[in-house]
Design a protein around this ligand. Sequence first.
Ligand SMILES: Cc1ncc(COP(=O)(O)O)c(C=O)c1O
Length: 419
Amino acid sequence: MTTRTVTPRALAIEGGTPTRTAPWPTYDKGDRLLGEAEEAAAVRVIRSRRLFRYDTRPHTETEVGRFEERFRGFCGSAGALAVSSGTTALALALMAAGIGPGSRVACPVFTFAATPSAILLAGAEPVLVPVDENLHIDLDALAKTVSHVDAVMAVHMRGAAEDMDAIVALADQAGVPVFEDAVPAMGVRLRARQLGTFGLAGAFSTQSDKSINTGEGGILVSDDLGLVARAAVLSGAYEGRVRRHFATAELDDLALPLYSFRMDELRGALAAAQLDSLPLRLERLSTNYTRISGELSGLEGIRVRRPIEGAILGDALLLMIESGAATDAEWFARALRAEGIDARAFGDPTDRNVRAFWNWRFLGKDTDGPNGPLASSVRHVARTVDIPLSASMDEQDCADLVSAVRLVAHHLPSARTLA
Ligand SMILES: Cc1ncc(COP(=O)(O)O)c(C=O)c1O
């Protein structure tokens, strides 16, 4: 018989008073953390009348060029290229490395639909690899797959680092390059190294709910300057403009197509302004996440996703429902929403969530056969509840979240039957 604390409060989903009525702070509800620095940057660009990165100015005098230089330094990489989105940054990295039509790229099933989409954009075929109970790539499965692919795309989904040393070691044995979808993890360090810098190239996004918010945007980093130069041409550095990045670039730029995935000056200026406040945002996310996940550890019936060596951004809280039942996860998310907390169950069939890989019909193949190789991944993803955490969360927001999760966990249908 399990002893549990008696909670007098009724659930809002069952007619009780909600934990909170204030909107949960997420970027699409007005939470933006944009201030005077961003306003000044945007006004400066508009007043300059120079919105295109490749006008007559040298690279280091453009907004995008300055952002690239600073971001490169932030990551400790040799080269950086700012582009139109995280997806195009990923696709350009692959294309610039010669991964295209006829190539197969392994990627974990737990990711945003943009990861396999970027592989398709490069002309290659995504090969889905199962994930373990913490939604990290299953290393045994990767070991079996890696010799049948041309590249591996690691994904730090929901800001949680993958075990990059293990992934790189497996890929090295098979002689294939590793790319990092670090879109959700800008600024996260694993073993004292920035995520996105472990493989041949890493990609980030500056879309609105990322560590840096320019509405849309992305940036790739690599120590391979030839790769960055080819990516620059592919992104639209035409008629020799690639030499503004790399004066000595030795490449026939007319041999590469131009896809116009460039970043513009307004976004470059906004992104650079936000690099100044990035450490503060990272610190806030980390402090809130540490507090919340600590206060929710040891709770019966649910488990907080375990990050590798604590390397996680902290902009999302993933709760695994121990019973493993997708219906419990759906109920849990619904009950949290009624308490005033944004929450989604990845496996909710009424929610066409693009993070649930069985919804990726664009791949044109069955990804969720009940006895297929991905069946255990379906269970791991489907029992997970996803809660956005903003850097602007205050003490009250954190306290509300902890209290609501505890309350809902107390009433969890599968836990009730244990009591
Ligand atoms: C894991 C992952 N990869 C790629 C992307 C795509 O980034 P963007 O929207 O900038 O193209 C996202 C977007 O959220 C993502 O979560």
